[in-house]
Unconditional design. Structure first.
Length: 151
């Protein structure tokens, strides 16, 4: 292998998170759609409203109005309230593809979210470094939103 060619580690992302939510499957799934949709933010206090068309083939995109925006991905698979898979480039405007998976299951005391993000492509280091904290924030916000509906 030519030393100038990127290694597989430089070309991939593989993130897994598990989070327990003290809310029902339905409330947690609704909170997920809200959080990655109109209430989406990259980090606390920095809104980046998105739209999610929660159906197979539906778009996940940032709508800037007047038919302007950014397509981050498409719903690859959905089974309400236990599965949401999205594939696409996310915020990256270069050759890459991501697969995001949220699997929700009922557990004692609420819901378990198993989150998985895999990406492959010419990934920029700043994006690779930012993914884990972004996803941790988003899944944590889903938890807070779902648990708040219990009150």
């Amino acid at each position: 292998m030519d030393s100038k060619e990127p290694s597989i580690e430089k070309l991939t992302v593989n993130i897994n998170e598990e989070i327990h939510v003290r809310a029902s499957l339905e409330a947690t799934f609704a909170a997920l759609l809200e959080q990655i949709g109109p209430s989406h933010e990259f980090e606390a206090g920095k809104p980046l409203p998105m739209k999610i068309e929660a159906r197979p083939g539906g778009r996940w995109f940032r709508d800037l109005g007047d038919d302007n925006g950014h397509c981050w991905g498409h719903v690859q698979s959905i089974k309400k309230p236990t599965l949401l898979e999205i594939s696409g480039p996310l915020m990256m405007s270069y050759p890459t593809v991501s697969s995001i998976q949220y699997r929700l299951s009922e557990v004692d005391g609420g819901t378990l979210i198993k989150f998985h993000h895999m990406a492959f492509g010419l990934l920029q280091e700043n994006h690779k470094a930012g993914f884990a904290p972004i996803w941790k924030h988003i899944v944590g916000s889903v938890k807070a939103r779902a648990e708040a509906t219990r009150s």
